[in-house]
Structure formats: structure tokens, C-alpha cells
Design a protein around this ligand. Structure first.
Ligand SMILES: [Zn+2]
Length: 266
């Protein structure tokens, strides 16, 4: 699933290609993808101009000329790209946004879990999200306040979008490795030093991944990034830990695989 760095990379690319464009046509090939939208994408979106594109958590947010917002969540396998309208048809495109200059912005999603929302304001869809981990106002002290008093396993907490926005399986595993904390540790057992190390590790892995345009995984759903070459633990079961050489272990937490070094992480 694309996480914060991958969505950030897509947003930076869209900022260069669609800002100022008017959306003239919308085609929905897979209606469940737009069913939970507060406003009707088919009737309310055409005619609106894209004024700005930014990211919030794992959402792509398009600010529109009427003050409304178009939001796209890529979920497991979504991708948004811009091409000429006469580019070859793509059977996995679920929603097409025709632009006034003749190009199309296509939302491609083989697994169909992605979602599109048109809302009068962003809070209707994004109101549940916790802080942005890279926001300059999100300080180490604020992270301490947020994590103090929280109970339960640390990894699911990091992936809880209402706790922190944008961190998923990859960056939770990599940050916990950098902070030398096992994914099954309970939040209430972390020392203040470990919490501070975790805050810095989250920032470090996200910033590094954005520099490398995110991570391209073997599933090929997201392409163009190279942070996968910097993975210390994620998807590296049985391979040596880059710090101590111990084989990386994989465990299941919920339905998701978690990777960690049994020696470096406690
Ligand atoms: Zn190790």
C-alpha cells in the first residue's frame, strides 16, 4: 500500500502537471469507488478548476475553484497518472478525469479498494486523521504528549491513522528498527528515551524515503522509488541485519507481516 512518502511523491508530480486545469469530464467505471462521496462526483465535479494539490496522510487532496475538495485514497493498489486522452486504454482505470487541455488524469486501481470523494470541505473526509509526522509544528514534545498514556502494542498504534497520519506497515517496521524497539512492545512499557528515539526514527525514515521517491515493491503497484534499497528489516526475512548480522525475523501482527531484528530490537 502506498504510504506517506509514495503519496507525497505522486502529489509532487501532480503539482507539476494538473494545477490550473479545469476538469471537464468525469467517467466512473467502478461506481463503488465513489459511492461514499459526500457530493456527486459525476454531476458536481465537471467545470471545477484544480487550484492546488497537496497530501494529507495517505490522501491526495485537490483544492477546487468552488472551495470544494476532491480527495483520492490509493489504498492497496491505486495509482494516479496523467496522459494524453488518446493514450492506450487501460483496463484497470476506474475513474477518468478529463482535463481541459485534452489530457486525462486517470485513477488506476487493479484491486478496486481505492476511494474518491468530492466534499464541500476536507474535514468531512479527513477529520479523523492524527497529526502529520513531518509537520514543522509536530515537535518531539507533542509526540511525547500524544504517546504518553497510550496502551497496547506499539506497531498497530503507529499505523493507526488517528494517532499519526501516513505511516503504514513499511515505515512502522523501519522506524521501530531505527529506534531499536520490537513491534510487539507495548506503548506503556516504552521509556522516555525510547519514545524520543521513535519520534526521530519516524521522521528520519519518512524524509529519507521522500528523497528517494518512496519505495517500489515487488508487487509493482507503485513504481519509480528506490527506498526499497535502503530497507533494514522490511521484507528482509532471513537476511542479515545491517547492524549486527542476525537474521531478520518475520511475525504476524493482526493480518500483517512485521519484520524486526531479534538482537537489536528489544
Ligand atoms: Zn540487528
Amino acid at each position: 500500500m502506498p504510504e506517506l512518502p509514495e503519496v507525497e511523491t505522486i502529489v509532487r508530480s501532480l503539482q507539476k502537471t494538473v494545477i490550473g486545469q479545469r476538469i471537464v469530464r468525469v467517467v466512473v467505471e467502478w461506481p463503488p469507488m465513489v459511492q461514499r462521496s459526500p457530493l456527486n462526483v459525476l454531476t458536481e465535479l465537471p467545470g471545477q478548476r484544480i487550484q492546488e494539490v497537496h497530501r494529507r496522510g495517505k490522501y491526495i487532496v485537490f483544492s477546487l475553484s468552488t472551495g470544494a475538495v476532491l480527495l483520492i485514497h490509493l489504498k492497496m493498489s491505486g495509482r494516479v497518472y496523467v496522459c494524453a486522452a488518446d493514450a492506450p486504454p487501460d483496463p484497470y482505470v476506474r475513474v477518468t478525469f478529463g482535463l481541459e487541455d485534452g489530457r486525462e488524469m486517470r485513477f488506476r486501481d487493479p484491486r478496486k479498494f481505492g476511494r474518491v470523494y468530492l466534499a464541500p470541505d476536507a474535514s468531512r473526509v479527513l477529520g479523523h486523521l492524527g497529526p502529520e509526522p513531518l509537520d514543522e509544528h509536530f515537535t518531539e514534545e507533542m509526540f511525547l504528549v500524544r504517546i504518553n498514556g497510550r496502551r497496547g502494542m506499539i506497531k498497530p498504534l503507529l499505523m493507526d491513522q488517528s494517532f499519526l497520519a501516513g505511516v503504514g506497515n513499511i515505515y512502522a517496521d523501519e522506524a521501530l528498527f531505527q529506534a531499536r524497539i520490537r513491534p510487539r512492545r507495548r506503548a506503556e512499557t516504552l521509556s522516555e528515551e525510547e519514545k524520543r528515539a521513535l519520534y526521530r526514527a519516524i521522521q528520519r525514515v519518512l524524509i529519507r524515503s521522500i528523497e528517494l521517491n518512496g519505495a517500489t515493491l515487488a508487487d509493482g503497484m507503485y513504481q519509480g522509488g528506490s527506498f526499497q534499497n535502503d530497507f533494514c528489516v522490511y521484507s528482509r526475512e532471513g537476511q542479515p541485519c545491517p547492524t549486527c548480522g542476525s537474521p531478520i525475523e518475520r511475525i504476524k501482527i493482526g493480518q500483517r507481516s512485521s519484520y524486526f531484528c531479534p538482537t537489536c530490537q528489544t
